[in-house]
Design a protein around this ligand. Structure first.
Ligand code: NCD
Ligand code: ZN
Length: 335
């Protein structure tokens, strides 16, 4: 049987939620990943040292049996330098959401005024705290990410020592932007390596393929695949696995978010194998992130095997991507 081994897989963009959802969902990632950058878009969002610490404790309590490092983040506000110094040891990054751009992003940034953001972004540069950005404007849905490129440019130019991560990129425009500034990096999800807008609304409307940013055009998918498959040194895997209860997805007014945590590594093996690039997957799911973020996760070895695996219809009350479908790789063992 064909197998493939991954060491210390990392998910550089993950939604774990809170309460019962956290308890149900966190073990699925902790089983096969060494660590994950945990998004702060709870309700209300994570904005204080106390909230970071207590959220981390709740995460650790939800995964008592696994070695798993939650890399904590704060929800971006124009924080002052003294505050950032006091939290720097407890967080790995700060996540910026434009106000209202996606699920639970109310209270995010409503105007990208460099002078208003300067103290925060200069302090983050000095303290080496990366800025993770949800890069979408409030424009037409297919153009939001491309329109945001001018904001990335402004940030990258004004704060050359700030590591800026373009989160869950979905366009060729974002791929091209990677080459323009040394301090720009990106995460890519697994669903954006599989889906285009056709898979969301081209036939029957597919709520479990609906997320922000929305999947784009075939040429965008191709550009994403190219940099992922070559494990471009500025690109990392970030699942953006975003669980919502089944009734919030299969409803009038479907919540944005695709749930992939338990099948992400299997799907990545399938994509990389199909393209004859399995040898690059280690860099994409771990090595690049370790280098970019300067993190050293503890040892974990995940062995995947090539065999048919039927994706469960639900995990608790959450429907995963490709529910009920057969995929071609499965997890054999984790040590
Ligand atoms: C995410 C969520 O549900 O929290 N939803 C999504 O569609 N990706 C938020 C986000 O990352 O945009
Ligand atoms: Zn997200």
């Amino acid at each position: 049987m064909k197998t493939h081994t991954l060491l210390m897989p990392l998910d550089m963009h993950l939604h774990l939620r809170d309460g019962v959802m956290l308890e149900n969902i966190a073990p699925l990632t902790a089983y096969s990943f060494s660590g994950a950058i945990v998004m702060p878009n709870l309700v209300p969002p994570v904005t204080t040292l106390e909230e970071v610490k207590s959220y981390k404790e709740r995460i650790m309590a939800a995964v008592p049996n696994d070695y798993f490092e939650p890399y904590m983040t704060l929800f971006y506000k124009n924080y002052d330098k003294a505050f950032l110094e006091s939290v720097a040891d407890e967080i790995t990054a700060i996540k910026l959401y434009p106000d209202g751009a996606t699920t639970n992003s109310d209270g995010g940034v409503s105007s990208f005024n460099i002078e208003e953001m300067r103290e925060t972004l200069e302090a983050m540069s000095e303290l080496n705290i990366p800025l993770c950005v949800h890069g979408e404007t409030a424009g037409f849905v297919m153009d939001r990410e491309a329109e945001f490129m001018s904001i990335y440019e402004m940030l990258a130019k004004n704060f050359p020592d700030l590591k800026i991560i373009m989160e869950h990129i979905t366009t060729k425009a974002a791929v091209d932007m990677l080459e323009k500034y040394d301090n720009l990096y990106a995460t890519i999800t697994v669903h954006h390596l599989l889906l285009t807008l056709d898979d969301v609304v081209g036939g029957m409307m597919m709520p479990h393929h609906f997320c922000k940013p929305i999947a784009k055009r075939p040429e965008d998918l191709e550009a994403l695949l190219r940099v992922a498959l070559e494990a471009h040194p500025k690109v990392m895997f970030g699942s953006d696995s975003a669980p919502h209860p089944k009734d919030k997805k299969e409803s009038c007014g479907c919540a944005a978010g695709v749930f992939t945590a338990p099948i992400a590594l299997q799907l990545l093996c399938e994509i990389f194998e199909q393209n004859d690039k399995l040898e690059n997957l280690q860099e994409f799911v771990s090595d690049n992130a370790q280098r970019i973020y300067g993190i050293c996760p503890e040892f974990k070895e995940v062995i995947l095997e090539k065999r048919p695996f039927e994706v469960p219809q639900t995990y608790s009350n959450v429907v995963p991507l490709y529910a009920g479908k057969e995929i071609n790789w499965a997890i054999q063992s984790v040590e």
